[in-house]
Design a protein around this ligand. Structure first.
Ligand SMILES: Cc1cc2nc3c(=O)[nH]c(=O)nc-3n(C[C@H](O)[C@H](O)[C@H](O)COP(=O)(O)OP(=O)(O)OC[C@H]3O[C@@H](n4cnc5c(N)ncnc54)[C@H](O)[C@@H]3O)c2cc1C
Ligand code: FES
Length: 261
């Protein structure tokens, strides 16, 4: 199978008004932005935006966020509060105007016909995979896992999209008591699956070992700490079997077996 990951060098720097910033559950928010420019580019599944979370100079750097959903010129970002920037973001009210750059990075390639997409989301990794799930709907098998129930997001939307959805939590507080890796073991590998995944790095590393063992192919989206998001600072470089690659520019999506873990 040839890799058909598409990248794009076309992005825009624009202002966007906050329409909503809803707290979904502990530490998770859904931000809706309305770009204050005409005809913004439609992002592809897996692409991201750099968001200026403060109008002050602290934090100075923009933060990267996946496009959770894009419709009728509204950009939705699903995010988890991690540190200073996202804590500031969680307090932003409707009407505020943010600085945005994007869409950036490459995107998840669509699966060739003979493959069944097997989508594995760990925690907030669901934000990056949601638009792919939306696009593939019932053509895909989806595993979504988090540590505990309060870290699961947008479950009703997901249940309405895919019938083949397994939800699991490490502590068993919702769905199957299992990690996504354990849930993967329960799948009957009786057809050609193509894996798509985003989540914590350790999960992706174990997933790479799993795919090697099972002879599966697939793609992962990496979430490295980013400074520029534009390919200039080299801060997001990761080691691949073909040398170092910038996650913001040559990624974020890579064939899973290309990464030198
Ligand atoms: C391409 C891309 C898409 C992303 N999409 C989303 C998304 O849709 N929703 C979401 O909630 N998060 C997403 N992230 C992660 C998000 O960018 C970080 O959580 C955010 O930058 C943290 O900023 P902060 O100021 O709150 O935390 P900081 O104070 O900067 O850091 C807090 C902690 O988070 C770690 N951290 C910082 N940046 C990242 C990062 N990029 N990835 C992993 N750990 C990080 C730091 O090492 C530190 O431990 C994405 C990251 C990338 C690279
Ligand atoms: S974040 Fe600067 S090169 Fe990727």
């Amino acid at each position: 199978m040839k890799d058909n990951i598409k990248g794009s060098n076309i992005f825009r720097h624009f202002k966007a008004e906050v329409k909503d910033n809803i707290e979904l559950n502990k530490n998770h928010f859904l931000l809706t932005l309305s770009p204050l420019v005409e005809n913004i580019m439609m992002p592809a599944g897996g692409q991201f935006y750099m968001l200026g979370v403060s109008t002050l100079y602290d934090p100075l750097m923009k933060r990267p966020f996946s496009v959770f959903r894009f419709s009728e010129n509204r950009i939705q970002i699903l995010y988890r509060v991690r540190g200073k920037g996202t804590a500031i973001m969680s307090r932003i009210n409707s009407g505020c105007v943010l600085d945005v750059i994007g869409p950036l990075g490459n995107s998840y390639p669509m699966p060739p016909k003979k493959y069944t997409p097997l989508i594995v989301a760990g925690g907030i990794g669901i934000a990056s995979l949601f638009s792919l799930i939306h696009c593939l709907k019932d053509k895909s098998v989806v595993i979504y896992g988090a540590k505990t129930k309060s870290e699961l997001c947008m479950l009703d939307d997901l249940l309405g999209l895919v019938s083949g959805l397994t939800v699991c939590t490490d502590d068993g507080s919702y769905g199957k008591k299992a990690t996504v890796l354990e849930a993967l073991n329960d799948i009957a590998y009786d057809r050609d699956y193509l894996l798509y995944s985003c989540g914590p790095k350790e999960m992706l590393r174990k997933l790479a070992q799993f795919t090697l063992k099972k002879g599966l192919k697939g793609y992962i989206s990496l979430e490295e700490t980013m400074a520029c998001g534009l390919g200039a600072c080299l801060g997001c470089a990761v080691k691949t079997k073909n040398g170092y690659k910038r996650v913001c520019k040559e990624g974020t999506v890579f064939p899973i077996q290309d990464i030198a873990w």
